[in-house]
Design a protein around this ligand. Sequence first.
Ligand SMILES: [Zn+2]
Length: 456
Amino acid sequence: MRTPSAGRFRACFRRIFLVLAVAVLALLVLAAIRIVYAFRDRTPGYHLSLHIARRAPETEAPFLRVGFGRRTINPDLSNPNRPVWLAGFAGGRAATTIHDDLWAVACVIDDGRTRLGIVSLDAIGMFNDDVIAARRLLPAGWKLDYTIICATHNHSTPDLLGLWGPRIFQTGVDRAYLRRVQESIREALGEAVSSLQPADLSLMEIPVHPAGLVADSRKPEVFDPDIRVMLFTRPDAAAVIGSVVSWADHPETPWSRNTGITADFPGVLRDSLERGIVYDGQLRMEGLGGIHLYVNGAIGGLMTTDPETAVRDPFTGEEISQPSQKKSRALGNAIAQRILKHAASERIAPAQTAAICVHARSVELPIANFNFLLAPVLGLLDRGHVRWKTLRTEAALVTIGEAAIACIPGEIYPELVNGGIERAPGGDFDVDPVEVPHLRALMPGKVKFVFGMAND
Ligand SMILES: [Zn+2]
């Protein structure tokens, strides 16, 4: 026979069990909602597939127009309750000052049939979802057939990806700043569209020895050290309208303890190309005028001017290893000096015609990295999936006359671009080398640009 107290105990136990079961179920439902929300596709149904090759008839008069525009994208450092987290290196690095301006620089090229936009940001990177969102802000009336949005991968700029917040599981992205950068892309492009003018395009490919400029900190040692330039001049007076310059190195010269916002060597390079190279108020080399856009190339595996790499300032002769603004200036001017010398003489294929062709498509990639699945759930990365464990990214090949541009997401390795893949001890990936034709062998044209951190 059961005693009344045993019956009460069982009823009580059943109630506790029920409450716990409901609580666990509620937690599971919340976790499921969190996961579904974290991985939701930010641009459902979006799939880019562009093949534009509108050739002008032979009889048509030469026609090439170009326009440049720019906007500063400095973050607001005035609110101590809203620190600005700098991207690159370890997390938790709050910005303290603005040493020099960050920019969104835009170039629009029009061959009379096709209109191409190129934007380069002084930023660590921008996810494809955010690139698509930025493109959706562009008015249809501007008739941009395709817009490439790149980041220089600068390590002294606000976090736009999420990995560098105050704590390991806290994003460093300020959504309001991200929106401002997207707005600035629109404004810079708008300025470029409204300043379109007839232009000649000439190309430069400048051989560079990496010693004293850039090191490869991970095996195998393969570089993409040459400088490539698209120079736009006015057909009448040959005055420079602007240029698109590409080289390959991490803009991380001020290194990991720097808390000053700076455009690093790309900023110095752009300024020197425009206004000339100035030391102690003295003009050492005449500038070109115009607006200059810097795009980073194959910087993966890993191109750096780290504290072990001494840069010789081409104008003071000083050897600088210590991370500093002085070192950024030496590096930027070492590149600018080479371009300014070349611009005076050796240009390839100057022409008023240059047909623009665009082949661009969304690419869906499976995710193998578990941390990349965990990070969105923790709120660290804000990145959607096309479907479970599948990311949308983007690749493109654009040609402008004799110039070809491969647009590659992320930091591509120079050995994939120029060849020289090997299985070396200490390499990033311990796998057998895959013998594929390197990227430049597959590209058309005379001067082959690789735009890294492009569109993703
Ligand atoms: Zn990097």
